[in-house]
Design a protein around this ligand. Structure first.
Ligand code: CA
Length: 247
C-alpha cells in the first residue's frame, strides 16, 4: 500500500520533529486564517488554496499528509476534487476531511462515497477539527503499518493475524478478518453493503450484496456480539457500522 510513505510523517503528531503537512482547500478567508492559526499552533505545516483545480495541482507538487476540503468552492465542487484525488494513483490514499455547511445525512454519505475519510459540518470548533484530524491520521496509520487496531475491547494484530475480544482469542475466517479490519479502520462510519463489497471483496468481483450479511453474521458469532449485533451495528436501510451508537 502506498499510504505508508505518507503516514511516516503523520505519526509524529503532536510535537514530533517532522511537521505533518495539511492542505486547506477553502474559499472562506476568515475560516482559512482561523484554521491556519490553529493548525500551525498544533504543529502542522499549512498550505492553502481557495480553488479546486489549484488544489489538484498543489497536491501533485507538494504532497500533503492530509487535506481539509470545503464542499462548495468557486470553480469545482469539493466532492469532485475528492473524486479526482481518489482516482489518481499518487493521490488515492491521502486522507481527506470534507468541510461543509451541509448537515444532511444524504450529503454526508455522498461525501464519504466520493472517498472522504471523514466529514465535519460547519460550524465546528477548531479544536474539534484538530481532534478529528488526529483521529483520521491515527486510524489510517496503524492499519497500514505493522501494528494493532483496537476498538473497545476488540483488538486486531495485523501482523500475526490474531483477533481478541475481551482478552479472549477469536477465530475469524479470512473474509471476516478483512471485513472486521475495514470496519476497525473506519469506526463509527456507516457502510452500505455495496461499499463493503468494494472494500473487502474488491470492485471487480461479482458477489451478491446478501453475501455481506452472511459474513457479518459469522463475524458477530466469532466476536460473541450482543443480541442486537453490537458493537457491529445494523443501520436500517443503510448498512453496517462499528460503533456503540444507539440505533
Ligand atoms: Ca466555500
Amino acid at each position: 500500500m502506498t499510504r505508508v510513505a505518507t503516514m511516516t510523517t503523520s505519526d509524529r503528531i503532536p510535537g514530533g520533529a517532522i511537521q505533518p503537512h495539511v492542505l486547506i482547500v477553502e474559499d472562506e478567508i476568515s475560516l482559512v486564517e482561523l484554521l491556519r492559526y490553529t493548525l500551525e499552533r498544533s504543529g502542522y505545516r499549512v498550505t492553502t488554496t481557495d480553488d479546486g483545480e489549484e488544489a489538484l495541482a498543489s497536491v501533485r507538487d507538494d504532497r500533503p499528509d492530509i487535506v481539509l476540503l470545503d464542499w462548495i468552492l468557486p470553480s469545482m465542487p469539493g466532492i469532485e476534487v475528492c473524486r479526482q484525488l481518489r482516482r489518481g494513483a499518487a493521490t488515492a490514499n491521502i486522507p481527506i476531511i470534507m468541510l461543509t455547511a451541509r448537515g444532511e445525512e444524504g450529503d454526508r454519505i455522498r461525501g464519504l462515497d466520493a472517498g472522504a475519510d471523514d466529514y465535519v459540518a460547519k460550524p465546528f470548533s477548531p479544536s474539534e477539527l484538530v481532534a478529528r484530524m488526529r483521529a483520521v491520521l491515527r486510524r489510517i496509520r496503524p492499519a497500514l503499518t505493522d501494528e494493532v487496531l483496537a476498538y473497545g475491547d476488540i483488538r486486531m494484530d495485523l501482523v500475526q493475524h490474531r483477533v481478541t475480544r475481551g482478552g479472549k482469542s477469536r477465530h475469524l475466517g479470512p473474509t471476516e478478518f478483512r471485513l472486521l479490519r475495514h470496519l476497525m479502520e473506519h469506526p463509527a462510519r456507516v457502510f452500505s453493503r455495496e461499499q463493503l463489497l468494494d472494500a473487502v471483496w474488491g470492485r471487480d468481483v461479482y458477489v451478491e450484496a446478501r453475501t455481506v450479511d452472511v459474513h457479518i453474521r459469522r463475524l458477530r458469532v466469532a466476536l460473541e456480539c450482543d443480541a442486537d449485533g453490537g458493537p457491529i451495528r445494523t443501520v436500517r436501510a443503510a448498512g453496517y457500522a462499528l460503533d456503540t451508537g444507539v440505533g
